[in-house]
Each structure stands twice: as structure tokens, then as C-alpha cells.
Design a binder for this molecule. Structure first.
Ligand code: ARE
Ligand code: CA
Length: 483
């Protein structure tokens, strides 16, 4: 289903890639709620096989499940539950990256982050348990023009589960429903379905239908259904199409990521963005889950190639994100990364492999190896912009016919971009007469108003009462302070 179940006008998710649960809980309370982020995509929560590669543990070990116990380098079940509770309490939803197309790679006996063991050569994972008859055959994916090969064979050698089996479906559902509401403190809002392209839509339909309603104890409406966004890479020209999945939930639109990178790299003119969205051959907006980069294609995995913009091209990257958040197309996600040169290297970690928490600097940026794009002022202020213009269309498009564009969102927002030269132009801003702040480059006055999430009226100011002792007859008078 397509409703993200976010609070109020909030409508942007941030992927806190490889963050620990306790750090995410802190981030919900100290930052995300105040900047209007609606939710967090978290890295896989279930136990994965430990992979050691030279001096580090690659980030991708988390895409090799060994059991559905909730224990990873991000934390254990208790910490996960506490994070969900604390984030929901401040109106920030949690979306879990769920990996159930497969288990681990075929690499003999494997050991998990929670102490479980797996026998990948015989496809025996006793901590679930799964045995060899729960899996498809040993064939590898070699032909993306053959849907059967794509769905019933192994993606990069990962042991491929058979979701057609009742036992496998039931086992996957027990895991997903636990995250939704089995324990009182669990209350996630939805799922990123990893490798959905490699599972049959008919099997996914049965699994999604078996999901519980969301946990009303976490503030969800009675009868609310989990938000589902499915990872289906479809740049065209293959056997499997995104359109086989859109009736089941939202679907990742990888063409968006590839094209926005190409445009803001300067390889195309901004003026052509006038029909951005369906006009560019993307899927219908109500199904599209969009992003400038993701954890794969920012480092050459997945799809999109060298046009993908990342934190490494900070200026163009911020422009692309601002355009994504200013534009009404799709459901948006902001990436939040750790710095990397080696594309396989895992998150900042100590010599025992424990993830190091991000440090938070006085100017809101991060340290300890974390990029924290979501804390860049141009990005979080545009998250606020997107909340403020929610529900409006795009109007009053202007362009100079080349690298300069501007447009309005109803009567609530106006934005201009240049990827070449200063804009010197009188324009229709669509906003009521008044003085406005530039939310991209400046801190906005509203940052110092009272917190509307606590029931204060929008624009309300702090009450101040000043201790001035004046019984009369002294040099300093109360009347100097009353204004
Ligand atoms: C790792 C090693 C492999 C090894 C394997 C098993 O890198 O060498 O064989 O383990 O031992 C991530 C990493 C993988 C990693 C895997 C498991 O990216 O490198 O393998 O974790 O640890 C396809 C899929 C798409 C997938 C991308 C990466 O369609 O679903 O490949 N994306 C998701 C996640 C990834 C994750 C997985 C799936 C697996 O986002 O992070 O993999 O859980 C064309 C096609 C696309 C195809 C793309 C790349 O564009 O259209 O469908 O994407 O090429 O092949
Ligand atoms: Ca499969």
C-alpha cells in the first residue's frame, strides 16, 4: 500500500545507512523531528552472516541473513524496540529494510552477528530454521532477459528462498509481523522490500496480504496498513518490469536517480525538466519511490552508473536534492552516508568491528566518519519546504531556455535553480506580498519559534519573564525592561 503513515504534513524519509539503533533514537529526538523528517529507513534488523574482508567488515554483509533474530551491528532487539518507541513518540516513523529473497552466500559454514550458525553449502539455517527444500536450485542469475532465471536462481550466489512454499511464507510473515506489532514496543510503519524483482509478484501478494495492521499503541490509525516500497531496478530492456509490482505497493524509480544525476552533472539542460516525471518515461507518481542516490549506486553497486550524484559532488548533489524536494513527483528519500573511498568498506568501526557512533558538531554537522547529508542545511531546509507545500501542484514554470529554471508550488512555495550564471530576472513567485526568507541558504526565523509538535501555534514565540527587583528609589527601573 502507498500511504507512508507519516505524521501531519511530513513527507520525506531519510536512510540512516548502517546507523546504530540508539543513535537513531537520539537523532529522532534531537534533530529529525525538529526539521520535519517524517521517517527513517533503517539497515536490515535481522541477524546477518559476519563477513571479514582484510581489515574490515563490508557494509554488504547485512544483506546476507542467517536468522530472523533481531541482532546486528546496529544493536539488539531491546535497543531496536526502544528506538521504535522513541522515534514514534516524536512522530518519526521507522521503515525496515527487509531481506527475504535469499539467505547468505554459498561460503561454507557461516557465523552470524547474534551467534547463530549456518551451513550455506547444504542450505541449512537452523536458527530459522530453513532447510534445503525451502530453497530454489543452485543456478545463478545469468540472464536478465529471462524472468524465471531472475526469480528462481541465485542473485550473486545468495541462497535463493522459494517464496512459493507455504512454510517459507509463514516464516517470513512471522518475522515481518513481529516488527509491526508482536511485541508491545515494536511498531514499524513499513518495509523496503529488498530484491523484490527477484521474487514473484504473486508470492509477494500473498505475503503482503498476511501482514498485520499497524500498532495503534504507537499512534497509527486503527486499520492502517504497512507502507511497502519495493526495490525493483528497471531501467528498461529487461524481462522484469516495474509495472508487475505497482499494484502491490510503491516501487523504486531508478530512472529518476540516473536522470537527475545526468541533468545536474550538467550533461543536460535544466529547461528540459519542465515535464519531469511521467513525461520522462517514469512510472506514475503515486507509485514512485525516488532518491538522488542510494546505498548501492552511490558506490557503483546496483544501477545508474557513473552519472549518479553523491556527497562527493556536494554542490551539484545539493541542487539535485533540492530539485527532488521542491518537485511534486514521487515519494522522496534522502540518503545519509558514511565517507568511503573503498566501495566495499563498511561503516566507521573500531578494531573489534563495533560501529562507531556519529559525533555531532556545534554547527549541526557530523564527525567520526559520517557524512550526515541529512544535516546539511540546504537539504534539511528543503525537507521543511516540501512539508510546507504538501498537496499543491507545480505552477508558473519559468526557464531561460537553458540552464535556469524557476517554479511555484501553489501559492505556498517558490524556487529557482541555475546551473549556469546568475539569474537576473523579474518573476512571478505566486506568494502573497511580504518578505520571505531564502530557506536554502539561510537559517529561517521559524527555527527559533516554539515547537508546533508540542501543540504550540505556528509562529508562537517563547514567553519571557525577567527578574528585575525594583522597589523604587534606585538607578535601574523596571520600565527599562517592559518593552
Ligand atoms: C556479496 C559480494 C558478492 C558475493 C555475494 C554472495 O559482493 O561478490 O557473490 O556477496 O556471497 C549487496 C551487495 C552485493 C553483495 C550482497 C550480499 O550489492 O555486492 O554480494 O549485498 O552481501 C541487482 C538486484 C538488486 C540488488 C543489486 C545490488 O536486482 O536487487 O543487484 N540490490 C539489493 C540491495 C543490495 C544487496 C542486495 C540486493 C542483495 O540494495 O545492497 O546486495 O540483498 C542491472 C539489473 C539490476 C541489478 C544490477 C546490478 O542494473 O537490472 O537488477 O541489480 O544490474 O547487478
Ligand atoms: Ca528469488
Amino acid at each position: 500500500q502507498y500511504d507512508t503513515n507519516m505524521w501531519g504534513d511530513r513527507n520525506t524519509m531519510v536512510h540512516l545507512f548502517e546507523w546504530k539503533w540508539n543513535d537513531i533514537a537520539d537523532e529522532c529526538e534531537r534533530f529529525l523531528q525538529h526539521k520535519g523528517y517524517g521517517g527513517v529507513q533503517v539497515s536490515p534488523v535481522n541477524e546477518n552472516a559476519i563477513v571479514t574482508s582484510g581489515t574490515y567488515r563490508p557494509w554488504w554483509e547485512r544483506y546476507q541473513p542467517i536468522s530472523y533474530n533481531l541482532v546486528t551491528r546496529s544493536g539488539n532487539e531491546e535497543e531496536f524496540a526502544s528506538m521504535v518507541r522513541r522515534c514514534n513518540n516524536v512522530g518519526v516513523r521507522i521503515y525496515v529494510d527487509v531481506v527475504f529473497n535469499h539467505m547468505t552466500g554459498n561460503s561454507g559454514t557461516v557465523y552470524g552477528t547474534g551467534g547463530s550458525i549456518g551451513y550455506s553449502d547444504s542450505k541449512y539455517y537452523p536458527a530459522v530454521p530453513y532447510g534445503s527444500n525451502d530453497f530454489n536450485s543452485d543456478c545463478g542469475i545469468t540472464n536478465y532477459n529471462d524472468a524465471i532465471n531472475v526469480r528462481n536462481c541465485e542473485l550473486v550466489g545468495l541462497r535463493d528462498l522459494n517464496q512459493g512454499s507455504t512454510y517459507v511464507r509463514t516464516t517470513i510473515l512471522a518475522f515481518l509481523n513481529k516488527l509491526i506489532n508482536k511485541l508491545i514496543n515494536l511498531g514499524v510503519a513499513g518495509f523496503r522490500v529488498d530484491a523484490a524483482k527477484h521474487m514473484w509478484p504473486g508470492d509477494l501478494e500473498v505475503i503482503y496480504a498476511g501482514l498485520n495492521n499497524l500498532n495503534t499503541d504507537h499512534g497509527f490509525a486503527s486499520g492502517a496498513r504497512p507502507y511497502i516500497f519495493q526495490e525493483v531496478i528497471d531501467l528498461g530492456g529487461e524481462a522484469v518490469s516495474f509495472s508487475e509490482y505497482t499494484h502491490l505497493g510503491a516501487v523504486t524509480e531508478f530512472k529518476f536517480s540516473a536522470e537527475i544525476g545526468r541533468v545536474f552533472h550538467g550533461y543536460d539542460q535544466l529547461t528540459w525538466l519542465s515535464n519531469w516525471g511521467e513525461g520522462w518515461g517514469f512510472m506514475a507518481s503515486q507509485y514512485a519511490f525516488v532518491f538522488v542516490d542510494n546505498h548501492d549506486n552511490q558506490r557503483g553497486h546496483g544501477a545508474g552508473g557513473s552519472n549518479i550524484l553523491t556527497y562527493k559532488n556536494a554542490k551539484q548533489y545539493k541542487m539535485a536534492i533540492a530539485f527532488m524536494l521542491a518537485h511534486p513527483y514521487g515519494s522522496t528519500r534522502v540518503m545519509s552516508s558514511f565517507y568511503f573511498d573503498d566501495t566495499e568498506a563498511g561503516p566507521p568501526a573500531d578494531s573489534n568491528g563495533n560501529i562507531i557512533s556519529p559525533g555531532i558538531n556545534a554547527d549541526d554537522t557530523c564527525s567520526n566518519g559520517w557524512v550526515c547529508e541529512h544535516r546539511w542545511r540546504q537539504i534539511y531546509n528543503m525537507v521543511g519546504f516540501k512539508n510546507a507545500v504538501k498537496g499543491t501542484g507545480l505552477n508558473d514554470w519559468w526557464s531561460n531556455g537553458a540552464q535556469q529554471i524557476a517554479f511555484c508550488r501553489g501559492g505556498s512555495g517558490f524556487v529557482a535553480f541555475t546551473n549556469g550564471g546568475t539569474i537576473a530576472q523579474t518573476m512571478q513567485t505566486c506568494l502573497p506580498a511580504g518578505t520571505y526568507c531564502d530557506v536554502i541558504s539561510a537559517l529561517i526565523a521559524g527555527d527559533y519559534n516554539l515547537n508546533t509538535d508540542h501543540g504550540f501555534a505556528s509562529g508562537a514565540r517563547p514567553y519571557i519573564f525577567q527578574e528585575v527587583i525594583d522597589l523604587g528609589g534606585e538607578a535601574v527601573s523596571f520600565s527599562e525592561y517592559t518593552h
